[in-house]
Write a protein that binds this ligand. Sequence first.
Ligand code: FAD
Length: 317
Amino acid sequence: MKVTDHIQQAKETLVSFEILPPLKGKGIQSLYDHLDPLMEHKPSFINVTYHRSEHIFKKKADGSFEKVVVRKRPGTESICAAIMNKYNVDTVPHLICGGFGVNETEDALINLNYLGIDNVLVLRGDAAKNETTFEAEPGGHKYAIDLLKQVNNLNAGVYLEEDLKNTSKTRFCIGVAGYPEKHFEAPNMESDLRHLKAKVDAGADYIVTQMFFDNAKYFSFVKSCREIGIQVPIIPGLKPIYSKKQLTILPKTFHIDLPTPLSEAIAQCKTDADVERVGADWMYEQSKELKASGVPVLHYYTLGRPNLVADVVSRVF
Ligand code: FAD
């Protein structure tokens, strides 16, 4: 079922979770162990992230280095299918431009359609680890909106091979990313919002936000979106803090601010367990306020702490 159908049929705020594919070498059981405590809370859908391949330099026996391509977390499409099979829940695979040509993207979409997956979250992806700026693959997409248009085309039965006749149409519900604190490459919020509106005008059905720790930023973002005519659901993304290191890693990696009361409370914690408690209470308060404001879905980034997220969800719902 489509994410937008879940939202339309809901009488109150829904819950969804986001997970990463296991690291290569770990079996799928590690993923089920992660999901089990979360599934008790009856999420409407599970997002599975996509991780592009990276170039690494491997030292050879003679001391020289060899450039090799590795994908540390493969399997997004098949993990979605496995989760649907095991838990009978809808899934949302992430699809990215980075590292993909349009033919590979089309094949991935065809596979997802065969698997009965109704949703995709279309993203540009970040620059490869060895590049300073995002570079599209030769013939690949430069922005998320270009990937979105390819999904639209397939939804209309238009494949890359234009002479295909009587084609089957896919029916993907399309989500896109939004940034309450601005995407880090955008020169200003106005320009970022303009590009977000372009994605919605091109057919995005809903928006999921980057994580934020200050609800005022989400509310202000939603207000700005509505003012420029973005009408689709805007799903807030929440992530728990559970280690002191995140005080610097999260702003550096995701270009977001941590409110002073949160960062000071964490700085004063003596143990990891104390940090988890502060992080959980903060996420609980955020969730409670967002739910009271009538957000369509509370979307939780669960990486590393499924039990913490499950505990918070059981307090909120
Ligand atoms: P875009 O919408 O393409 O925007 C990228 C930048 O370009 C923005 O600054 C925008 O303002 C600007 N822009 C857009 N269109 C134009 C245009 N036509 N001309 C000029 N500028 C333009 N990454 C992964 O690799 N895998 C994942 O699974 C993943 N999941 C994510 C889930 C969520 C909810 C979020 C918020 C992010 C996720 N990311 C993921 C990270 C995401 O790929 C990066 O943030 C990336 O840098 C931007 O992706 P986007 O889809 O927002 O890009």
